[in-house]
Design a protein around this ligand. Structure first.
Ligand code: ASP
Ligand code: MG
Length: 423
């Protein structure tokens, strides 16, 4: 008998039919002799709709109240799912994140899990019940307020619970058959990956692939917990996220495992920055103090005549307004000329462990972009990733061109998108 943690995303439980279908799958896992813990997201686009609603009330909702509002989405789906399972003659109880022992920091909208104390979940399992847990939420250790882990955070709830319960596997159910070589909504010829390593998945998630939440992969890697990403709409074997590609697979292992694209970032350029020691530190300290995450940075060579340079960096669009206002306050002290804000950028990233041992990846990538007439504005790399910034309007074309250039296109269409609005 094993312990399985399953997570169902919003598109898998979008309506009553979906909830009943998922309930049947859960009961089947239980009948197979497993103890089952289920983490569930809010139904369909509920979270987006609640955000829209809040924005109709106020342009800047208070973090505490927004979290209180958004966590209601998961409470709806968890209760309905427990009812559907009860209806099938099995015992199930639902728990909020707080009841499930998900203890977090107090940063509303982006809380981090500090600890998981799943006493009540263990009790439910010991009594023979299926435990249903609301995803993406917890309770702050300090303030005791309800918090959320950031968009897509239910994956992280599932893996954190799986680690705390020492589960055998964490199954992430979604509306596609696994992790693909690119987002099938953008690159229809994308291939399903049999395996992807934690390191590759971390880079893909950090580069905008939405299939798994970044923190969830960090957690899984830390606890060496296998994740099986699969569809709740089919019985196909999905993608295994594991430490290493299986032995022997390395020979056929493609150089590039996946391509991610991201339209959620904006670029800020600080024009005419005095090229003096300590200036960049001052600027980025102020940004860091506001807990704003920056991604790529480029500093130009300063013009000899003026001793002035430009610094550009990218950051989540959602944090653009705050960063801009922080910088404006620094303008007098640092003495730069102006700030430019550009939210029409896209980021395209290639990820693959095979990159380490294959030269020429950058040349092939840039060649494909150039053939497609796409201009590169910024570049950043890691050992197993190359990312570029281009115009947002060119992004999807760039993803297709790179996918073809690295011979990733599937022979026949493998990528079925079963549900979801991709919102
Ligand atoms: N319902 C939340 C969201 O849409 C959390 C999740 O789906 O994982 O972001
Ligand atoms: Mg969702």
């Amino acid at each position: 008998m094993g312990l399985i943690v399953q997570k169902y995303g919003g598109s898998s439980v979008a309506d009553a039919e979906g909830i009943k279908r998922v309930a049947n799958r859960i009961v089947a896992a239980k009948r197979d002799g497993n103890q089952v813990v289920v983490v569930v997201s809010a139904m369909g686009d509920t979270t987006d709709e609640l955000i829209d609603l809040a924005e109709q009330i106020t342009p800047i909702p208070q973090g505490r109240e927004l979290d209180m509002l958004l966590t209601a989405g998961e409470r709806i789906s968890m209760a309905l799912l427990a009812m559907a399972i009860n209806n099938l003659g099995h015992e199930a109880s639902s728990f909020t994140g707080s009841q499930a022992g998900v203890i977090t920091t107090s940063a509303h909208g982006r809380a981090r899990i500090i600890d998981v104390t799943p006493g009540r979940i263990k009790e439910a399992l010991d009594s023979g019940a299926i435990a249903i847990v609301a995803g993406f939420q917890g309770i702050s250790q300090d303030t005791k307020d309800v918090t959320t882990l950031g968009r897509g955070g239910s994956d992280t709830t599932a893996v954190a619970l799986a680690a705390a319960l020492d589960a055998d596997v964490c199954e992430i159910y979604t509306d596609v058959d696994g992790v693909f070589s690119a987002d099938p909504r953008v690159v229809p010829s994308a291939k399903k990956l049999k395996t992807v390593t934690y390191d590759e998945m971390l880079e893909l998630a950090a580069s905008g692939a939405k299939v798994l939440h970044l923190r969830c992969v960090e957690y899984a890697r830390r606890y060496n917990l296998p994740i099986h990403v699969r569809s709740s709409f089919s019985n196909n074997e999905g993608t295994w996220v594991v430490k290493d590609h299986p032995e022997g697979g390395a020979m056929e292992q493609a150089i590039i495992s996946g391509i991610a694209h991201d339209k959620s970032e904006a670029k800020i350029t600080i024009v005419g920055v005095p090229d003096r020691t300590g200036v960049a530190a001052r600027i980025f300290q102020a940004i860091a103090d506001a807990d704003i995450n920056i991604d790529m940075i480029v500093q130009n060579v300063s013009a000899a005549a003026t001793g002035l340079t430009d610094i550009s960096f990218t950051l989540p669009k959602a944090e653009g307004a705050e960063a801009t206002s922080i910088l404006q306050k620094l303008q007098g002290e640092v003495g730069f000329a102006s700030i430019q804000y550009d939210d029409q950028i896209g980021k395209l990233s290639l990820v693959g462990a095979g990159m380490r041992s294959h030269p020429g990846v950058t040349a092939t990538f840039f060649g494909a972009l150039s053939d497609a007439g796409i201009n590169i504005e910024m570049i950043s790399t890691s050992e197993i990733r190359i990312s570029v910034i281009c115009r947002a309007a060119d992004l999807e074309r760039g993803a297709k061109a790179a996918h073809t250039a690295f011979e990733l296109d599937a022979d026949q269409n493998e990528a079925v998108v079963y549900g979801g609005s991709g919102r």
